[in-house]
Ligand binder design. Structure first.
Ligand SMILES: [Fe+2]
Ligand SMILES: [Fe+2]
Length: 276
């Protein structure tokens, strides 16, 4: 395969009771039907809030099953609970093995690796980082063993949370620690990937579109497929709009397109009348 077309969607936050978010997902599904990528990756927060409403995961599974192309999935904090951090408040729903198992039961996996078009693609469960769950250590060992077999191929890493705002050693702050992969897991992850040819880190979570390069690695923040977080709750860092990201990978190169599916609507979280 000389070219691999991958579409990243993120933060759809699906729930049977929230029709406007289903409408936005259906517009995105129509675009995927028209564009027919080789693979769709959902980088997490498939559910509106699975820890408090387990049916949200089942509903998200139904909608993704209707997509006409293969999909791979990664969990978000609204699917499996959130990371403990040193400086932020204790999450209202901390990540747990029970929540991770519910996600795996619904979607089959919470991490993955595959190769295509001369690239190695790795997806990680970013919510177990810093959790001290056995699953966290197992993922570290698994990642090291997978990276030992990349054979020099460039690596694209997918996970729910951005690694950092601007630089790897950005300080963790009380009111923003939950936005990024927490310390010290962030440093440990960067150590592990330092020996491979990492070119891309693709994430979601902030519901803001952003695309920047730090040293040799391009960081792509996918927008939410569903809704925007108002400025009163979260300041503007990138672009607040709903949409998706399309990638074309070829041996030793890749292209990124920032896309909005026809008919997708910028829904404000406040309009959904239920806080996340
Ligand atoms: Fe989200
Ligand atoms: Fe999230």
């Amino acid at each position: 395969m000389r070219e691999f077309r991958l579409t990243q969607i993120s933060d759809a936050h699906l729930a049977r009771r929230l029709g406007p978010l289903t409408d936005n997902f259906n517009r995105l599904a129509e675009h995927i039907d028209a564009s027919r990528p080789d693979l769709v990756v959902n980088s997490g927060d498939l559910a509106f809030d699975a820890p408090t409403s387990p049916d949200d995961l089942a509903f998200a599974r139904e909608l993704h099953d209707a997509l006409p192309v293969p999909c791979r999935y990664l969990p978000g904090n609204h699917d499996v609970g959130d990371n403990p951090t040193e400086f932020g408040p204790v999450p209202s729903e901390p990540v747990s093995e029970r929540h991770c198992q519910a996600f795996i039961t619904a979607f089959g996996e919470d991490r993955w690796r595959f190769d295509a078009a001369g690239w190695c693609f790795i997806g990680l469960n970013s919510l177990v980082m810093n959790s001290a769950l056995a699953r966290e250590a197992e993922q570290v060992d698994w990642l090291a063993s997978e990276l030992a077999t990349t054979k020099g191929q460039p690596v694209a890493l997918f996970l729910h949370k951005p690694l950092f705002l601007n630089t790897p050693d950005d300080p963790e702050l009380e009111n923003t620690a939950i936005r990024y992969v927490p310390m010290p897991a962030r440093c440990h992850l960067l150590d592990i990937v330092s020996g491979c040819d990492l070119r891309l880190i693709a994430c979601g979570h902030l519901h803001q579109r952003r695309d920047f390069t730090h040293r040799t690695v391009r960081h792509v923040w996918a927008p939410s497929a569903g809704f925007l977080i108002p400025d009163a709750i979260q300041e503007r860092i990138g672009t607040k709009e709903v949409g998706l990201v399309e990638y074309r990978f070829q041996p030793d190169s890749f292209e990124v397109r920032h896309v909005r599916a026809p008919g997708q609507v910028d829904i404000d979280l406040n309009a959904l009348r239920r806080p996340t």
